[in-house]
Write a protein that binds this ligand. Sequence first.
Ligand code: UD1
Ligand code: MG
Length: 433
Amino acid sequence: MNKSSISIVILAAGKGSRMKSPKAKVLHTLCGKEMLYYIIKTSRLISDDVTVVVAHQKEAVMEQMKRYFDDVNFVEQDAQNFPGTGGAMKNISVKNEKVLVLNGDMPLVTPKSLEGFLENESEIVMSIFDLQNPDGYGRVIIQNGHVVKIVEQKDASAAELNVSTVNAGIYAFSKKVLDKYIPLLDNNNAQKEYYLTDVISMARADALNITPLLVDEEHFKGVNSKKDLSDAEIIMQERIKTSLMDSGVIMQLPSTIYVEEGVVFEGECIVENGCRITGNSRIINSHIKAHSVVEDSIVKNSDVGPIAHLRPASNIEDTHIGNFVEVKKSTLRGVKAGHLSYIGDAKVDEGTNIGAGVITCNYDGIKKYETLIGKNVFVGSDSQLVAPLIIEDDVMIAAGTTVTSGTIKKGSLAISRTKIRTIEDFFYKFFKK
Ligand code: UD1
Ligand code: MG
């Protein structure tokens, strides 16, 4: 099937009240991206005519999706007068004779899982699955081997509620079918909504051919609640990590690792248990040790952790970051920062050693300031570097120093210490021993 022979309509206008959230359902994220992002991405792989129907929080939905896709059509549903999945189909115009209708709350659909819909020549192909717990789904009523109707849970009789064959919510229609039946939908039902699912019973009454296609829940699960969202996220995580391991990443206890959609690995990388790697992070030939968090950062030829935190916009190259080190919006090249440091808004150059407990004091309560550290600098343990600050090459900062002046010149030592005083036998006098 080629990309220009099928049109896709994604229904994304609903409120999603079962999410119990002020945020529109399709904007809830799994593995770092909105559920609508995934279904648009899949759709774009198989079609170049993709329409997304919006209404509830339409500005937010469109703005967010336009950050990823510039070639998707948005159509507004008149949700006031025509609520429901059928109402959503009212103002659609599509280019092709075959129209795939997808729900925006199905992030797990893949191009491969849609092949059956594209290959089938029936005027209506609909997705069904058999569930032990069909709760929430529309029940598919089949008589003498023919699909006769779909009954929504809220409209179903006791006998219909016992039906375990449900509507997965994906359909391939011929354009003719949509043109004919969408205008005929009514809202005589429990929810007073225009149901797209009613097209099935009307088409059946006209003896049209309706092909039910058995699909699996792993790809066609609808997300309606926050529990559904976390179930879907587990499946998506599996896919992301399996694909990364297939492409050569080593993961220890992968079930404890969280890697977001969009993270890129190159070369030989090891990720130990308990790590969280998010955003558009890029990990190149590096070792991320246990329980570290890497957010939107680049790590190249380096080792990080255990228990280190790289916050967004950190750029780490040829560097050793040890335990309990936090880095934010900083560039470190050829650096060693082995223990217990905060390095924020800084640039640190080759050969520099950051001792244990060193803090860049980058914030004065109003503004953030930069710290620039040159080559071969030795920053002694427990030093505070009060920004804005420039430390030139070949500088030594003595342990415990609070560096406050603007520039420390090349080759110098900076030391700020009070002289130590010792009082002999004080301990014995104090404790009267
Ligand atoms: C729908 C089906 C149900 C099926 C289930 C599968 C209908 C009437 N019911 O139910 O048979 O088992 O999907 O997951 O179609 N939407 C709009 N405009 C609206 C209402 C919804 O665009 O006015 C969008 C939503 O954003 C969502 C999708 O349509 O992406 C499905 O809506 P939802 O409310 O989740 O329908 P279900 O009750 O799950
Ligand atoms: Mg749903």
